[in-house]
Ligand binder design. Structure first.
Ligand code: ZN
Length: 76
């Protein structure tokens, strides 16, 4: 079972909101005090930002922009 996580972030440069989505692929029950530091980029201005993720999950990292509306889905 893969558990998908979503972490909201706010770009300090352009103020855009985006979510850092990833799958928590940890197989050990051991909880590490610190995970992996990975660099993500703002989907609007590509400004880099360092975020902390559980170890191993950086391989499934996906950055999704968050629009102002709560409307989910929509046309393709
Ligand atoms: Zn930005």
């Amino acid at each position: 079972m893969r558990d998908r996580k979503r972490a909201p972030h706010l770009c300090a440069a352009c103020g855009a909101r985006y979510e850092v989505c990833y799958y928590d692929d940890r197989q050990d029950d051991m909880q590490e005090p610190t995970g992996s530091l990975v660099e993500v980029h703002c989907p609007h201005c590509t400004k880099p930002k360092t975020v902390s993720l559980p170890r191993g999950s950086e391989r499934t990292l996906v950055v999704e922009p968050v629009e102002g509306d709560e409307d989910e889905g929509g046309g393709g």
